[in-house]
Design a protein around this ligand. Sequence first.
Ligand SMILES: *Cc1c(COP(=O)(O)O)cnc(C)c1O
Length: 449
Amino acid sequence: MQQVDPRRLIPRTDRLLALPAVAAARPRLSETVLLALVRDVQDRARRGELPPGEVEDAVTTAVQARAATRLQPVLNATGVVVHTNLGRAPLGPAAVDAVLAASGYVDVELDLATGVRSRRGAGLRAALLAACPAAEDALAVNNGAAALVLATTALAAGREVVISRGELVEIGAGFRLPDLIASTGARLREVGTTNRTHLHDYADAIGPDTGCILKVHPSNFRVEGFTAGAPLADLAALAAERGVPLVADIGSGLLAPDPALPDEPDAATTLAASADLVTASGDKLLGGPQAGLLLGRADLVTRLSRHPLARAVRADKLTLAALEATVTAGEAPVTRYRHADPARLRERAERLAGALGAPVVQHDGRVGGGGAPGVPLPSWAVRLDEAVALPLRTGRPAVLPRVHDGACLLDLRCIPEADDGRLLAAVQAALATLPDASSATSTPSSPSA
Ligand SMILES: *Cc1c(COP(=O)(O)O)cnc(C)c1O
């Protein structure tokens, strides 16, 4: 009897594309993507990695597993609140609803009452001014870097930006503020030294070529010891006397002071000290979407918004919606996580640890995103074997733990309490993948608190 080549038994492409799971995926996946998934399974069967009889099931599984985006939601168990690699700030429910509402046609640049074109982002502007009354006007752009670029371009391109040598910082991977400013065509007029800059250093540098004075919050580093900086109010008085604008890049984006973060600048205090313009990020401590904020003197904000570059860095409707909702709702998830009650965090950690038979240890979280370096956020973590970290990260839902000192630590600060059950299930699933599951929950010499 003649032997049938098993490859001839592999289902044909048209038959696989007609499977119910493929039909169900059509609103989400294009024909190109579906075809690629089908071909991939057929190729595995041709290579003998999959019996022909299992091809249909494999296509069904592959199609069902393929989401429209490869971005994976992650449970953040690191204790780092503004986590750059996890998209910084998670949006709160009001912002999520706003994004959904704005995803269709919206009146982002239209006055529905008159039917004529209106100012873009008027709702966000009103919300920002209500939350930060010290600002005369406000403008949102693509991100904090764009806010700084727009300000220095509009105020100082071809002229000088006077800045302290102690504030020529690099923030995040390779992002150097001096390089960014220089790219606008403004010249850096560096004053003072790394550790000490005095008011007279600024006074000596200001001249007919000065476009603006820039004060930058060094964010993720601190200079300690023999240091000096010009107080903001003194610098503002000098700027006013000499008729040059004072721009303050506060970074993290607190609109009002937070007593728990005494060294973190905020927009209200900075404007009250008579800075002319504040720039900040929308997705650090403000807890909104990626955005850059410009707050301050009305004539300067108008000047910036009319600059041609403003169009290139403008925020899209989804950002405007999410940011307005974040400011209006008042308490973003990052704020709640930062202020989480350590006793409650301990209770939750002990419940999780109890279910896993693992120890609980003291653990310090961090603000992250360049905010409040050196300020610990005291918490508790469930301690597991380091080997659990990989299956946790690659599981569904993905869980990002902190790997430290040969251990895998789960800090619940940035996990919504409603997700504690999902986290437990994810950890159990990850532990089950390990060869010796029983030893993974208890590391020797673990100092149980
Ligand atoms: C983070 C930061 C920026 C950049 O803001 P992005 O929103 O990341 O573009 C600029 N300046 C300071 C002081 C910062 O902390």
